[in-house]
Design a protein around this ligand. Structure first.
Ligand code: NAP
Ligand code: MG
Length: 476
């Protein structure tokens, strides 16, 4: 599955200047592959290929597009283990997380195979003139997709599948840490029947220039980005110049609230998922954990025991729960968050010591009494560190939970559903996990408010990001 060249118009090619960059295995820091690094010339070639493919793709029947997507789901499911292995090799996540991602990634093809045929419009009568208005959705045009390294497959299929269902061709710029998974997907899409030029992939170390050139091209009509808020802002500025439709899935700083009436075992299990899924390298990861003072001691004991039971090691080993972080920079940032919290007076219950390596490992870590000023409460930890605080009052904790510029997801555990819904409604987050540590679902609209983003992925909503409304006014 080792493709390392650019994929443009259904063919593999080197970068126009022959440039390459290295992809590293985070488990042992060994060299995995040299991958072609797209240039601005390549980016414009990909736009040409997408443009050439657009007319045919948009005019295929929704059912025909849906059936290709369905075949992509079947093929992905057959090759799940191969994809999981490649994800582990380039990202480091443990096998179970990689299988989880591959399953989730495949599911977007199935969901949008089913949604492709449900493009609905409506008809009305204009109040003054009596003219008939026919309202429907059309494919928006070429979509530029930019994805992060934390889910090398799923963050891309969550964009590719709805774009294709809508009738749009795409150019994907995968993260430089993890381009191999996206390249490996291309032969599968070919086999499923995706025509040349409908999906193009441009790994590149010059992401700013390459994505910038595509957004300056008037043929680009959508930019769908998943990544940091910092880069998202840059792309929003670039999209403003050509008035391109933006979809932004940005950072998060999720609160995880455990009320005194919660099932403590269920809450501890839920936090294992919300914190440790993908080793904490998720925008949805619980980042600020608030436990009611009356149940804090019990919760800390139960949660710490669960964290202590995790086995860290080579992600390909099926008995391992916790692989390495993606790179040295991410590992060092996590270590710095822990050191900062400890210096400010937090208590260390577990972990906190960075192994020597090789590999970018950091152990499951539990901190309690983390002071408000700690950096790890303000910024995304993006690692296996649980930062706990306590609280006593419902109104107070809602205010604290909302005190962030982010608004992606919040988690609430309580035995009282009335309270759960009351609190959930007051949380300024695009998604709430109520007595659940996992919200991601291809059938539901994933996305954030405030500086966590614009637009939604998954569900019915995800396809609308790649469509424009048109209405025809007529009389008969
Ligand atoms: P990142 O640095 O923002 O990079 C994301 C993507 O943008 C990569 O493909 C990157 O390419 C590219 N990029 C970087 N600078 C760019 C520029 N100036 N112009 C155009 N493209 C540019 O994020 P990351 O470090 O990969 O991922 C972690 C972040 O993603 C976290 O903040 C996390 O919360 C967020 N995230 C959000 C969601 C969500 O759905 N809300 C999901 C997953 C992750 P290079 O790799 O070549 O730099
Ligand atoms: Mg980056």
């Amino acid at each position: 599955m080792k493709h390392t060249q650019l994929y443009i118009g259904g063919t593999w090619r080197d970068a126009s200047d022959g440039g390459q960059f290295a992809v590293i295995n985070p488990m042992d820091e060994s060299h995995l592959a040299d991958v072609s690094s797209a240039t601005v010339t390549d980016a414009l070639a990909a736009m040409d290929a997408a443009d050439a493919a657009f007319k045919d793709w948009r005019s295929r029947s929704p059912r025909a597009r849906g059936e290709i997507l369905r075949r992509a789901f079947d093929l992905f499911t057959q090759r799940l283990e191969d994809f999981a292995r490649l994800i582990t090799l380039e990202n480091g996540k443990a096998r179970l997380d990689a299988v989880g991602e591959a399953t989730y990634a495949a599911e977007f093809f199935r969901w949008y195979a089913e949604e492709a045929v449900r493009s609905e419009g409506h008809m009305g009568v204009a109040p003054a003139s009596g003219a008939r208005t026919l309202v429907y959705q059309k494919p928006a045009g070429i979509a530029v997709l930019v994805t992060p390294w934390n889910y090398p497959a799923a963050m891309a299929t969550r964009k590719i599948a709805p774009a294709l269902a809508a009738g749009c061709p795409v150019v994907v710029k995968p993260a430089s840490e993890t381009p191999l998974t996206m390249l490996a997907l291309m032969p599968l899409l070919e086999e499923a029947g995706v025509p040349p030029g409908v999906v193009n992939v441009l790994p590149s170390r010059s992401s700013g220039a390459v994505v910038g050139a595509m957004l300056a091209d008037p043929r680009a009509r959508v930019v769908s980005f998943t990544g940091s808020t910092q880069v998202g802002r840059k792309l929003l500025h670039a999209a403003a110049d050509t008035v391109i439709k933006p979809a932004m899935e940005l950072g998060g700083n999720a609160p995880f609230i455990v009320f005194e009436d919660a099932d403590i075992d269920a809450a501890a299990d839920g936090l294992m998922v919300a914190k440790m899924r993908n080793l904490g390298e998720a925008c949805t990861a619980a980042n600020r954990i608030y436990v009611h003072a009356a149940v804090e001691a019990e919760f800390v004991e139960k949660y710490t025991a669960r964290m202590a039971a995790l086995k860290m090691g080579d992600g390909l080993d099926p008995s391992v729960d916790v692989g390495p972080l993606v790179n040295a920079e991410t590992r060092d940032k996590v270590a710095a968050f822990v050191d900062d919290a400890l210096q400010r007076g937090a208590q260390l219950k577990l972990g906190g010591e960075c192994p020597k390596g090789p590999g970018f490992y950091y152990p499951p870590t539990v901190l309690t009494n983390v002071p408000d000023e700690a950096e790890c409460l303000k910024d995304e930890i993006f690692g296996p560190v649980a930062a706990l605080q306590n609280f006593t009052d419902e109104d107070e904790i809602i205010v604290r939970a909302n005190q962030t510029e982010y608004g992606l997801v919040a988690y609430v555990y309580t035995g009282d559903m009335q309270r759960g819904l009351r609190v959930s409604e007051q949380l300024e987050f695009g998604m709430v996990g109520l007595n659940r540590g996992l919200v991601s679902d291809p059938a539901a609209p994933f996305g954030g408010v405030k500086q966590s983003g614009l637009g939604r992925e998954g569900g019915k909503e995800g396809m609308l990001e790649f469509m424009e409304t048109q209405y025809i006014s007529t009389n008969w």
